[in-house]
Design a protein around this ligand. Structure first.
Ligand code: SF4
Length: 104
């Protein structure tokens, strides 16, 4: 199952990382929540495919190591979500639908 497109309403903000919000629940390292608000990546869905990192024309993503996570031990972190130009390339290439993009 992919990211919940309504996670911004359905989940609670439980922290911050690199200037973006983290939506819970979080129970590290097994459950990591969703990172980002403009560009949301569900870390519990992300399999570290990396297509989004390659596809993004403005370098919104970079790898973030998540050792011990059962799905993948690194995640595409939307550390630069403010730079998003809403081309939707990342959403279209993600093989597991882990990304939801919504203009602020
Ligand atoms: S929508 Fe486009 S610009 Fe925004 S994060 Fe995805 S690939 Fe990058």
């Amino acid at each position: 199952m992919g990211i919940d497109p309504n996670y911004r309403q359905n989940r609670q903000v439980v922290g911050e990382h690199e200037g973006h919000k983290i939506y819970g629940p979080v129970d590290e390292p097994k459950v990591l929540g969703i990172h980002g608000t403009i560009v949301g990546v569900d870390f519990d869905v992300c399999i570290a495919d990396g297509s989004c990192i390659t596809a993004c024309p403005v370098n919104v993503f970079r790898w973030f190591d998540t050792p011990g996570n059962p799905v993948s031990e690194k995640k595409a972190d939307p550390f630069n979500e403010q730079a998003c130009i809403f081309c939707m390339a990342c959403v279209n290439v993600c093989p597991v639908a882990a990304i939801d993009v919504k203009p602020p």
